[in-house]
Write a new protein. Structure first.
Length: 267
């Protein structure tokens, strides 16, 4: 894919704009239902309303890291290897880290009135914090110097390792005794413990945060593509300055040397 095609983003301009409008509308509807229409919980009272944000944020984090893993696999597979998959993996991981941090913050806000503390060394909380730092490490690894191919390979392998913690986080409340409540919807019995307007509001939150993820992924991908193009231009300029113009303006020499440089031969 050429630089111009990469900069166009994952969504076309019209689709991106439509997604942005739909995201804003869904978030506004979530605020209205979550604060005004959905009734308070019989046990937790109004503190339960945080769940309309906390659960969708956790879902969006799972989705983001799942896309990072899928894109990493496609990058590692020789037949589908493309810089696009590497950029998708990186962009999705960045958005996923934001949602994971939001999940932890919202969970603390919920724990204070319900548990009486901001933080507990609970299995679900600890494994989620580990997940947050694993993907921070993944993003740091992507910034290490090296060719685009070497960066993509090492980052893809790290993404596959980090994703192991996602099912650990999800099933932690079933595998260990924990303060955290059991899964409300995707429990082992697949028997949702929420109904009516409250269930609708929760699913509305999942939809709103999914749209938010898609929109942010597209925007972040565009920025990463611009950065990648800038690095390519800087590399070509450095090569031209080093070797000088070749035959016919140096186009053939520059192209050939650039390909060699991206393969690992630096000027």
């Amino acid at each position: 894919m050429t630089g111009g095609a990469r900069r166009a983003g994952l969504l076309g301009p019209r689709v991106s704009a439509t997604t942005g409008v739909a995201t804003a509308a869904a978030l506004v509807a979530l605020v209205v239902f979550g604060l005004a229409i959905a009734p308070p919980d019989e046990i937790q009272g109004d503190a339960q309303r945080i769940m309309y944000l906390h659960v969708p944020a956790a879902w969006a984090a799972y989705l983001a890291f799942g896309i990072t893993t899928l894109a990493s696999i496609l990058y590692l597979w020789p037949r589908t290897r493309s810089i696009v998959w590497d950029l998708v993996a990186g962009a999705s991981a960045e958005v996923g880290v934001v949602f994971t941090g939001l999940t932890l913050a919202l969970g603390s806000l919920w724990a204070r009135p319900v548990w009486g503390i901001w933080w507990a060394w609970d299995a679900r909380l600890v494994t989620t914090a580990v997940l947050f730092f694993l993907y921070l490490g993944y993003l740091s690894l992507r910034r290490l110097p090296g060719t685009a191919e070497s960066r993509g390979k090492r980052a893809a392998i790290a993404a596959l390792i980090a994703f192991i913690d996602v099912p650990v986080v999800h099933f932690s409340v079933n595998w260990w005794r924990t303060l955290h409540q059991q899964a409300t919807v995707f429990n082992p019995e697949l028997d949702p413990q929420i109904h009516g307007v409250m269930a609708f509001t929760l699913w509305l939150g999942v939809l709103a945060f999914t749209l938010t993820y898609v929109y942010l992924l597209d925007r972040r991908y565009r920025l990463l593509a611009l950065d990648e193009d800038r690095e390519e231009r800087e590399l070509e300029a450095a090569i031209r300055a080093r070797v000088g113009p070749g035959p016919a303006g140096g186009a053939g020499t520059t192209a050939g040397t650039t390909a060699g440089a991206r393969a690992g031969v630096t000027p």
